[in-house]
Design a protein around this ligand. Structure first.
Ligand code: XMP
Length: 424
């Protein structure tokens, strides 16, 4: 993708907070990229940087040979030791360096990004078709809006309802994309196909594999009919950065680049990845500028296997409905109380355990719903949120009163680690 001529490359000499530093510098209108210290000089030069910033958690004498390779490039170079405590101060130093030593004009703006991205997409795609798997999540939604802005009806979005979506989600996605944006939206209700395959399967990994495989099959069938040479993807910059091994050692990879990894190699698409250089909050800003509603853009992260990993054990339609209803109550009360945007993720879990209780003066023997609310910065660790007791009580009494088959609500107070955020 064409970028501003004034690129600054941050060289990662093992610096945990380098993405945050890169992000802070961008706020001053200076376009930054992050590359590992092992990157060949030629590769760095391809980006035509006007300056280099060497970032490390500690002083870098151990990698002096690599440092010297970059010094020999003859570009202005700044060495920074960045820790959590001095991040803001070091970012200020970096910005001053970019302006004073590298001559940056601070003109990089997301508004310009949209114009550039639209031009790039048009140049890449010409008059051909693009297919895009729309999940209803932030990244694929923003990419859909961006590609649509560029090529309109040449884009077809495929939205697969696998039966594990949250309440009203299929309706919301159809309303936003098919009605408001007037996109070509291929909506596939494959609920029965997924739920039939999942029947009786209680092992979490097997469930995930079934959902993943079925998803690819359904998407591939739909994409084949559309017959598009291009595939749009919601890959974002952290997906790429976290899939680059710091030392050329694949064990150092935080997570593999799941967007590309999932599709079978015989689907020979050319990829359109217009937000692959943006950080998550920049993607959200672009989404807002393109007119996507807050209920899509500011949503909590939601796992690909959806309610499937929040319904512990084998999924059947009756208990899945209990979870969906309970989850909708949790979200509704969270929004009403103003707590939704104060938490990273808050959701309901179906627990396949029956306990004794009382409803309308009669003995009940029904299921348990758990509520989990966590805060996190990167989902690698997570802290339990102390939601107000009154809010939890409201959620619990509504769930017990309104969700048939549930007579008990519990609150999960497990941090990550040792717990994971999702239950499966
Ligand atoms: P865990 O449960 O591993 O979750 O602590 C960490 C974060 O990742 C999300 N998550 C997923 N996201 N596909 C996704 O796209 C998945 O299979 C998946 N599993 C977990 C989870 O919601 C949390 O934000």
């Amino acid at each position: 993708m064409k970028q501003t001529p004034e690129t600054i490359v941050l060289l990662n000499f093992v610096c945990e907070d380098i993405q945050k530093a890169a992000r802070l510098v961008r706020d001053s209108g200076i376009y930054t990229m992050v590359m590992p210290y092992t990157t060949p000089v030629d590769r760095v030069m391809q980006e035509k940087p006007v300056g280099l910033i060497v970032c490390a958690d500690q002083g870098v004498p151990a990698r002096e040979a690599d440092l010297n390779r970059f010094k020999a490039m003859g570009l202005p170079l700044l060495e920074l030791t960045i820790t959590k405590d001095n991040l803001a101060v070091q970012a200020e130093k970096a910005i001053a360096f970019c302006k004073e030593k590298c001559g940056c004009h601070c003109l990089w703006k997301l508004e310009n990004f949209i114009d550039e991205a639209v031009a790039d997409i048009r140049a890449q795609v010409g008059d051909q078709k693009v297919v895009l798997g729309l999940s209803g999540g932030v990244d694929s939604s923003v990419v859909a809006a961006l590609i649509h802005k560029a090529i309109g009806k040449q884009l077809t979005c495929v939205f697969v309802n696998h039966g594990l979506l949250r309440k009203n989600e299929p309706e919301m996605v159809q309303k936003v994309f098919a009605k408001t944006f007037d996109m070509n939206l291929c909506y596939i209700d494959a609920s029965d196909r997924f739920l039939d395959k999942l029947a009786g399967v209680s092992d979490p990994e097997k469930k995930r594999k079934i959902i993943g495989k079925e998803f690819i099959d359904v998407f591939a069938e739909a994409a084949a009919k559309i017959n598009a040479p291009f595939l749009g993807q919601g890959t974002i910059y952290p997906d790429i950065l976290e899939s680059i091994p710091m030392d050329g050692n694949p064990n150092g990879v935080i997570k593999s680049h799941h967007n590309v990894g999932g599709l079978p190699p015989d689907l020979k698409f050319k990829l359109v990845e217009p937000v692959e250089r943006l950080f998550k909050d920049e993607v959200r800003k672009v989404g807002r500028m393109l007119g996507l509603p807050s209920e899509l853009i500011d949503r909590h992260p939601f796992p690909g296997p959806s309610l499937g990993v929040r319904h512990v054990g084998a999924i059947d339609r009756v208990t899945l409905k209990m979870l969906r209803e309970a989850d909708a109550i949790v979200t509704e009360e969270l929004l009403k109380s103003g707590w939704y945007h104060k938490t990273w993720q808050t959701f309901a879990i179906f627990v396949p355990v029956k306990t004794v209780g009382m409803k309308n003066h009669a003995r009940t023997y029904e299921y348990v719903i758990a509520i989990r609310s966590i805060n996190s910065v990167d989902a690698v660790t997570a802290q339990v949120v102390r939601l107000p007791w009154e809010l939890l009580e409201t959620m619990a009494s509504r769930i017990i009163a309104e969700v048939d088959g549930v007579n008990r609500v519990v609150y999960d107070i497990t941090q990550k680690p040792p717990g994971t955020i999702e239950w499966e």
